[in-house]
Ligand binder design. Structure first.
Ligand code: ADP
Ligand code: ASP
Ligand code: MG
Length: 452
């Protein structure tokens, strides 16, 4: 069995849903199909939630009407028959009826907000399943809320997901296509919750890991993981093969094509992940598995909104136990640390979740001096095969960066990652200059020297 996930742009137009049906029919494997919301829908639902939270019911209702109009146009083109359209209209009326019932609830809490944003995936999956039904094709819709669970820290519970999913799937052994929602889940209070923005990738990987699928395919709007961020750098190219470790580093450090946690369950259960382009299905895409090609430097990614914290020990020399005390505070506030550098009396760390920064700083000040935090920083992460015997990798990277101020460097923690902390105003320049030097410069030099 395989798991195929289609993202927002891949389901965002009626003709794209038609193409998905063709893609599914062109492949003999049984599949669980995970769908995102139509592109733009989650943002629109969040905006409705903001208005409802501010008790601006007029605005919330008018945004809801606009969104509903978009869905009405969509279903007109999606279905070919009157019965199909009527079924689509039923779905749209029901779900928008529910959305409207949330507007005006007082107090409007996080619970209502989460129920509201879940509607994007509920609509797309119901509409798509009704479309397959219109075509007389065998499929079933599994509500993700019946099996996708997170714990009190927002972390998925893989064992529970596996138990529930295996039991449910046993009832549908005759179905070729099993459709479910990405992104949404239930929390320990049984409320509707989600896996954070872009979370449908994570759903696909959690399902693939849970059922030990043969393969997880993430279908999106680009032909695989590129060597650099194509939104910022012009000359990028798709990477054919990545290891789980390399892909995990890229996703975690900002390659938007994958939710940061996507690779974890797939790697845990050894399920290969293939990234494919819905607009160009014949392109090979990227295969993420245990094997990789041996190019040293594979790709670059950038993680935004980083805060750097500079901590000096007040006990000065030979202080032991200092790092433990520092990290206990980050643990207490459930704040992951991304980069660390140390000197004899100081340690610098970076975080991307600065929600509890004030409390963290106050507790650190009980035994350390803090410099002013550097906000608006960026981690530039260079990923590849950097085993300890490789020479010259850091030289190449730092040489490329010679005109950009670097605040921190992290190298050697794993064999796959070299990270640099810079101010975000240098991000685009850093990505571009690294791209030229690390992926094109040597080839260009070779051409010059071998020219007749
Ligand atoms: P989906 O809606 O299918 O989940 P996303 O927008 O979340 O799609 O992810 C795909 C987008 O990720 C691409 O259109 C591309 O602009 C962006 N992206 C950022 N970094 C990379 C990268 N290194 N390789 C490929 N795409 C990337
Ligand atoms: N619809 C959700 C979002 O926009 C999840 C996803 O698309 O992966 O964040
Ligand atoms: Mg995405």
């Amino acid at each position: 069995m395989q798991v195929w996930k289609f993202g927002g742009t891949s389901v965002g137009k009626p003709e794209r849903m038609h193409s998905i049906r063709e893609l599914l029919n062109g492949d003999p494997n049984r599949k669980i199909v995970v769908l995102s919301a139509l592109s733009g829908s989650t943002n629109a639902l969040i905006a409705i939630g903001e208005a409802a939270k501010a008790y601006d019911d007029a605005k919330a209702n008018s945004l809801t009407e606009d969104l509903k109009a978009h869905y009405m146009l969509f279903i007109k083109e999606l279905y070919a028959t009157t019965e199909g359209f009527e079924e689509g209209k039923n779905i749209v009326d029901t779900e928008f009826g529910f959305i409207k019932s949330l507007i005006g609830i007082k107090p409007f809490t996080i619970k209502q907000e989460k129920e509201l944003v879940a509607e994007g995936e509920i609509l797309s999956t119901k509409m798509f399943q009704a479309y397959l039904e219109e075509k007389g094709e065998s499929s079933v819709l599994l509500p993700a809320l019946d099996f996708m669970r997170i714990d009190a820290d927002g972390e998925p519970e893989l064992a529970t997901i596996e138990d529930k999913l295996v039991t449910i799937l046993n009832q549908y052994t005759d179905k070729q296509t099993i459709i479910t929602q990405g992104f949404i889940c239930r929390n320990p209070r049984e409320e509707v919750d989600n896996l954070k923005r872009g979370g449908s990738d994570y759903t696909a990987s959690l399902i693939g890991g849970a059922i030990r699928a043969d393969e997880i395919q993430i279908w999106t709007d680009i032909d695989g993981m590129h060597n650099n961020d194509p939104r910022i750098v012009k000359r990028t190219f798709p990477i054919r093969e990545l290891t789980f470790e390399e892909a995990a580093e890229l996703a975690y450090f900002g390659a938007k094509i994958l939710h940061p946690s996507t690779i974890t369950p797939a790697k845990l259960r050894g399920v290969p992940v293939r990234l494919k382009n819905t607009m160009q299905p014949e392109a090979p895409g990227t295969l993420i598995a245990n094997q990789t090609s041996d190019r040293d430097i594979k790709a670059i990614a950038a993680k935004d909104n980083i805060t750097a914290i500079y901590i000096h020990s007040t006990r000065m020399l030979n202080a032991y136990g200092f790092l433990r005390r520092v990290f206990e505070i980050f643990e207490k506030y459930k704040t992951p640390v991304d980069m660390i550098t140390t000197s004899e009396v100081s340690v610098s760390v970076t975080i991307d979740n600065s929600e509890n920064l004030e409390q963290i700083s106050a507790e650190l000040r009980e035994f350390a001096d803090l410099e002013e935090h550097d906000r608006d920083q960026n981690i530039i992460c260079i990923v590849g095969n950097f085993s300890a015997d490789k020479e010259g990798i850091a030289l190449k990277v730092l040489d490329a960066m010679k005109n950009i101020p670097i605040r921190m460097i992290s190298y050697g923690a794993s064999e796959h990652n070299l990270s640099l902390l810079i101010h975000s105003k240098y991000k685009a320049e850093a990505l571009n200059v690294l791209n030229e030097r690390l992926f094109y410069y040597e080839d260009a030099m070779k051409d010059i020297f071998t020219a007749p």
